[in-house]
Design a protein around this ligand. Structure first.
Ligand code: ATP
Ligand code: MG
Length: 320
């Protein structure tokens, strides 16, 4: 399960990632591999043989074109590096990206501006009524709108929704210790499907519609997992700001089976914000073949994960 890679090796991590991806490729008949995994580089110096890079990418491309890929990004467009560019490329080549975003850091910033404290319980934010107002203003008003504007500026049309729109994410209260935090209990895909059909990139803010129409704060990873599962996405990818899931020594764990997740939780290896992320992967895997937690600081991490033999984080799948 754990690999001997040094901490930070996920930034290059080629040896292990290729082993992992070779297995992935064989299964789908995509056995063509180019040296260096440089297929997404725009710089010729990193791409000695462009045809080899193309041959590496094409089997993956043919797997994803026409399919839905759910991508969870953090709250800040800037912090996610090249993710908007990568999402725009996905749409241009005919993949249907559905984006779910967080916004944790910005919410904490605005709560602090208002003199309000933030408290987390097992990676989820305690949310009273006033905190929920700030959560909605930041997620729906700022972050969602910024992502949509960023994608539009790249020439792909995007539409933002919150989980309240069209009752996309229907939720119930999760736990009284958390206040107005929801768990998704039902997903109405009609608004997302209509927009995908019309060619839009869909960007979803993780606010759900609770009992009696009460909006509820939903952890973005959990919202993304529920959506990926409902959409039967071809792939579920979560960005984070670390190399992936790390073991106790800080080494990247490049692959986890669903069966290993409980042990990791119980041993305390998964803490804080990583808990809802891994739980979201497990939920998505009920219908999605593979889920990945990847390092958003790696340039073009999304294209690398989807279209090259390289992996840039932790893959979670049913088998070990
Ligand atoms: N075993 C682990 N491996 C890697 N990261 C871990 C682990 N346990 C806890 N973490 C923490 O989880 C954090 C990621 O979750 P976090 O909720 O902070 O960010 P996010 O979900 O990417 O952003 P947002 O909540 O705004 O959507 C990492 O920065 C790391 O500090
Ligand atoms: Mg989080």
């Amino acid at each position: 399960m754990s690999t001997p890679l040094e901490h930070g090796a996920g930034l290059t991590g080629r040896g292990d990632a290729e082993t992992r991806r070779r297995g992935d490729s064989r299964e789908h008949g995509a056995g063509v591999s180019a040296a260096g995994g440089a297929g997404v580089s725009a710089r010729p110096s990193e791409s000695p043989d462009p045809v080899a890079s193309l041959l590496e990418a094409l089997p993956y491309l043919s797997r994803y074109v026409g399919k839905t890929v759910v991508v969870k990004v953090g709250g800040s467009v800037g912090d996610e590096g090249t993710v908007l560019e990568d999402l725009a490329w996905l749409r241009r080549v005919g993949v249907n990206p559905v984006v779910v975003h967080g916004g944790g850091a910005l919410i904490s910033h605005w709560l602090a501006q208002l003199g309000r404290e933030t408290r987390f319980v097992e990676g989820r934010r305690y949310t009273d009524a006033e905190t929920l107002d700030v959560v909605r203003m930041v997620l729906v008003g700022l972050v969602n709108n910024d992502l949509v504007a960023g994608l539009n500026a790249l020439g792909v049309k995007a539409v933002g929704l919150s989980g309240v729109d069209g009752a996309l994410l229907q939720a119930r209260l999760r736990d009284e210790r958390l206040g107005l935090v929801g768990d998704v209990v039902a997903v109405d895909l009609a608004p997302v499907e209509a927009l995908l059909q019309a060619g839009y990139v869909v960007v979803v803010a993780p606010v759900g519609s609770g009992p009696g129409g009460q909006p509820l704060n939903i952890n973005a990873d959990s919202a993304a997992g529920a959506l990926a599962r409902a959409l039967r996405a071809e792939k579920f990818i979560l960005f984070t700001d670390v190399p992936g899931v790390l073991d106790r020594q800080g080494n990247l764990i490049s692959q986890i089976s669903v069966g290993q997740v409980r042990g990791l939780m119980e041993s305390g290896v998964l803490r804080g914000g990583m808990i809802p992320k891994v739980e979201a992967c497990v939920e998505a895997l009920e219908t999605v073949p593979r889920a990945h937690i990847i390092d958003g600081r790696v340039p073009h991490a999304l294209l690398r994960e989807l279209f090259t033999d390289q992996g840039v984080g932790t893959m979670i799948a049913h088998e070990g």
